[in-house]
Write a protein of this length. Structure first.
Length: 276
C-alpha cells in the first residue's frame, strides 16, 4: 500500500513539475545523421522499424526479466573499430507507457552526449518503473550489447526516477560502468558494491528540488565518502570517485528545480566529467 501511495504521489507531482518546466522538444534541425542500424535481429532481439532524429525506435530484447524496450543510435565506424556505450535511464515522462520515443522527446542527454564522444552507441531505455526489475533489465541489455559488440567504455545516467533505477543497477553490477551521472534523484540501493568497484559517480540536484529535496542524496554522498575514508583513501582520491553538486536557485533561471535540472545536459563541466 505504501508503494502504491508513493507511486501515485510521484506521478502527480512529477506531471505537475514537467508541465511547469518550459523545456521545448528538440527540433528536427538538431537531429543526428541517420545511420543504418548495426543491430542484428535474432530470436531474442527485434529491431524497430521507425526512426526519430537518428534513433531506431522501440527495439525489443527478450530477457528472463521480460521484454526490454529501448531506442538506439549507432555511430558511423570502421570495421572492428571499438566504440563506447552510453546508457540513459528515463524519468517518469520517458517510461514506456508514455509512448514509444517519449524519452527522446522529453530529455536531451542522449543528443548532447555526442558533442563529447561521437564514437558512442547510445541506448535510451524505456522502462516500466524504477524498481529492481527495471534495474535487472538495464543490466541484461548492457550485458547483451557488451557480449555482441566491440564495446570499450560504458557510461550511464539516470534522471529522477531513472536515478533510482541507476542506484539499484550500481548496487548489482557497478563494474560494468566507467562513470555514472545521477541527476535529481535519491539512492534506493546499497553503496558497498559501488565503493568496492570504485566507479566514479556524480550527484547533481537542486538545493530545493520540489520532489526529492537535496538532503537524502547529500546523506548518501556522505556515506560514500565515509566508506572510502575507511579504506584510507585520501581526500583527493575520494574527490575523483564521488562528487556532490547541489545547485542553488540561480542555476535554474526561474524554472522549477526538479524539471529544470534537465539543463545539466547542456552543462559543459558535468558532461565533460561524464565522458572523460
Amino acid at each position: 500500500m505504501k508503494w502504491k501511495i508513493r507511486t501515485l504521489f510521484l506521478v502527480i507531482i512529477i506531471t505537475f513539475l514537467s508541465a511547469c518546466t518550459k523545456n521545448k522538444e528538440i527540433t528536427e534541425s538538431s537531429s543526428l545523421p541517420i545511420t543504418p542500424t548495426p543491430l542484428i535481429e535474432t530470436s531474442n532481439l527485434k529491431v524497430g522499424n521507425d526512426t526519430y532524429r537518428g534513433f531506431i525506435l522501440d527495439n525489443v530484447l527478450k530477457s528472463s526479466y521480460g521484454d526490454i524496450h529501448f531506442n538506439s543510435y549507432f555511430p558511423q565506424i570502421n570495421d572492428n573499430e571499438k566504440i563506447d556505450l552510453f546508457v540513459s535511464l528515463p524519468g517518469y515522462n520517458g517510461l514506456y507507457f508514455q509512448g514509444v520515443g517519449a524519452n527522446l522527446k522529453t530529455e536531451n542527454f542522449v543528443f548532447e552526449a555526442l558533442n563529447y564522444n561521437d564514437k558512442m552507441m547510445i541506448v535510451a531505455l524505456q522502462l516500466n518503473d524504477w524498481g529492481k526489475t527495471s534495474a535487472n533489465q538495464t543490466i541484461a541489455l548492457v550485458t547483451y550489447l557488451k557480449e555482441n559488440y566491440n564495446i570499450e567504455n560504458i557510461y550511464i545516467d539516470g534522471y529522477s526516477g531513472g536515478g533510482e533505477t541507476l542506484s539499484l543497477v550500481m548496487s548489482l553490477r557497478p563494474e560494468l560502468f566507467k562513470r555514472a551521472l545521477h541527476v535529481a534523484s535519491v539512492w534506493d540501493g546499497t553503496i558497498s558494491e559501488l565503493v568496492n568497484a570504485r566507479v566514479p559517480i556524480y550527484f547533481v540536484i537542486g538545493k530545493n528540488d520540489e520532489y526529492y529535496g537535496s538532503s537524502r542524496i547529500s546523506n548518501t554522498y556522505n556515506q560514500i565518502v565515509f566508506e572510502y575514508k575507511k579504506l584510507n583513501l585520501t581526500d583527493d582520491e575520494i574527490s575523483k570517485l564521488a562528487t556532490l553538486d547541489i545547485k542553488d536557485a540561480t542555476y535554474f533561471n526561474g524554472t522549477n528545480q526538479h524539471g529544470g535540472i534537465g539543463k545539466v545536459s547542456h552543462d559543459d563541466k558535468i558532461m565533460l566529467w561524464l565522458f572523460k
